[in-house]
Design a protein around this ligand. Sequence first.
Ligand SMILES: [Zn+2]
Length: 74
Amino acid sequence: MTEIERECPTCRSRQRFRRLNTAEQSAVREKKGPRFYVGNLWRCTAVRCLWYQPYLNRGKGGLLPEGFREEAAP
Ligand SMILES: [Zn+2]
């Protein structure tokens, strides 16, 4: 899977990001409206981080709903 590195404003450090999956994309659409472009959104892969953003535009990012929080592997 393609990953990029970005500064995450929630983690306040450099993190790996991956593209949103379809469930995450539809959650963003529910919040931002059906016309919000979700094809170029990436999320921080840090455990318990919900930050997502367009590829280059941190100002248009946001937080995914709680259900998408990734817990640490047991
Ligand atoms: Zn993060």
